[in-house]
Design a protein around this ligand. Structure first.
Ligand SMILES: *[C@@H]1O[C@H](CO)[C@@H](O)[C@H](O)[C@H]1NC(C)=O
Ligand SMILES: *[C@@H]1O[C@H](CO)[C@@H](O)[C@H](O)[C@H]1NC(C)=O
Ligand SMILES: *[C@@H]1O[C@H](CO)[C@@H](O)[C@H](O)[C@H]1NC(C)=O
Ligand SMILES: *[C@@H]1O[C@H](CO)[C@@H](O)[C@H](O)[C@H]1NC(C)=O
Length: 414
């Protein structure tokens, strides 16, 4: 069972783990942390009172340059917007087919499902489908049903899908520009099913959306940053420029995963430009004050609703799940090029790496299913098209570098 993980580092005092003792120690650690934080905050308060003015973070306001070599002279860069059509050369598809035929598998352990990662028996059938039945040209046609464009910003060719609403003659509708930003391991393709709902006029509404879905630089059909330091702050600045170029000085934003960070930053740094922020993932680091709440709740569970309590306790269970599911984050935030070089060279590895997330992140229980319940919520075609967007562009390494660039930087939470 996947829960029976042996965390040896917790074998306190050499003995076997005593849960009661562990929880008592956990509470003691929390208590000591509270004291430390109080002392820290008193010192910080006094320091600012006597010596400091609060520093304002202005970093990242200036334009950067992420293209090859040095920045061209002012005005020398091409800032036009040109149409783009996805059309992958035959040789890339042929090369992929050959690689898929030469795939090598390690049989999965008897009775194992998805607890060890992507089950390789099931992987074999996914890869067979990919090599024999999956039809990229058909998918490409699907992808091209919306208009694609590219434009160069800060040395990067930014790719985006741009869908304007089809307003029937005689109807007066407000057009609301909406920037929608994807995450990892997704792509602009995330929005394909949603776009028609947003761009088709609804008889009961006096507005309709004009949707712009860019590829984050380093992802999909946008070019990859050639220089260090391209983070969510830089991506948000690029997308602001993109929207300006499209004539939208004011717009709505939507984001999930990295997209949620990018659009939240847009809202924070350019409040006068962003009319509304919508996210389908929200993350916030605990404030130092929250440790008081955690301690209080640990002792008095009735302070919160049972559902809220379950979100945090038993603390060890919650923490264990985070450990089990965040290994990818750690390696991508520390050694992206190492993990990237394997995935860039093997479509089988790439598919396993990306699709495992689609299984587990849909539902943790899917780890107990032989096929990760992968096709309960997606078709294999949809899943593989998303993998293809990484493969045909050779962009997995640059996509995981985004973790290194952002890491655990909490600057933007202020
Ligand atoms: C965090 O991000 C800001 C803005 O992008 C950057 O200036 C700063 O150096 C980053 N901090 C760390 C520790 O990387
Ligand atoms: C990522 O994809 C873009 C668009 O196809 C391409 O310009 C860029 O070179 C790719 N990055 C790498 C590292 O190959
Ligand atoms: C997922 O897989 C498990 C185990 O194979 C099965 O019991 C369950 O019905 C599947 N579907 C969902 C939606 O969980
Ligand atoms: C996935 O599919 C199952 C079965 O159709 C459904 O019960 C479940 O709500 C879906 N999950 C998500 C996240 O859409």
């Amino acid at each position: 069972m996947y829960y029976e993980v042996n965390f040896r580092f917790l074998e306190i005092n050499g003995g076997s783990l005593n849960w009661v003792k562990f929880f008592l120690q956990f509470k003691m650690v929390l208590g000591l942390s509270v004291v430390a934080i109080i002392i820290y905050n008193i010192f910080k308060f006094l320091y600012h009172l006597f010596f400091g003015k609060v520093e304002k973070d202005l970093s990242g306001y200036e334009e950067g340059w992420y293209g090859k070599g040095s920045k061209p002279k002012e005005g020398a860069d091409d800032t036009s917007i040109h149409p783009f059509k996805i059309s992958i050369p035959d040789e890339i598809l042929l090369d992929l087919k050959e690689r898929l035929q030469r795939a090598r598998y390690e049989p999965s352990l008897e009775d194992s499902k998805f607890e060890y990662g992507f089950n390789s028996d099931y992987l074999k059938s996914v890869i067979e489908y990919w090599g024999k039945e999956y039809n990229w040209r058909k998918q490409e046609e699907q992808l091209n049903k919306f208009s694609h464009f590219k434009t160069r910003i800060e040395g990067i060719d930014v790719h985006f899908v741009h869908v304007k609403p089809n307003i029937p003659e005689g109807r007066q509708l407000k057009r609301l520009p909406l920037l929608a930003v994807h995450g990892w391991p997704g792509s602009f393709y995330e929005f394909y099913k949603m776009i028609p709902f947003l761009t088709t006029p609804n008889p009961e509404q006096d507005f309709v959306f004009e949707v712009i879905c860019p590829s984050i630089p380093g992802y999909g059909f946008s070019s990859s940053p050639c220089k260090k330091g391209f983070d969510a702050r830089a991506a948000s600045r690029l997308f602001l420029t993109l929207m300006e170029r499209l004539g939208h000085d004011h717009f709505y934003v939507q984001g999930g995963d990295w997209g949620s960070l990018i659009v939240t930053i847009l809202g924070k740094y350019y409040p006068s430009r962003i009319i509304g922020v919508h996210v389908n993932m929200y993350s916030s680091g605990p404030k130092s004050w929250d440790i008081f709440k955690a301690v209080a709740i640990a002792y008095f569970p009735s302070l919160v609703s049972p559902a809220e309590y379950k979100g945090l306790f038993p603390f060890w269970e919650r923490f264990k799940t985070i450990l089990q599911e965040s290994g990818y984050f750690h390696i991508q935030a520390t050694k992206p090029d190492t993990i990237g070089s394997g995935l860039a060279d093997s479509p089988v590895g790439l598919a396993a790496y990306i699709l495992e997330k689609f299984s587990t992140w849909t539902n943790l229980k899917n780890r107990l299913s032989e096929n990760g319940n992968l096709t309960e919520n997606f078709t294999l075609d949809e899943l593989l098209t998303n993998v293809m967007i990484y493969w045909v562009n050779n962009n997995i390494t640059s996509s995981v570098r985004f973790y290194k660039e952002n890491g655990l930087n909490r600057t933007h939470e202020k």
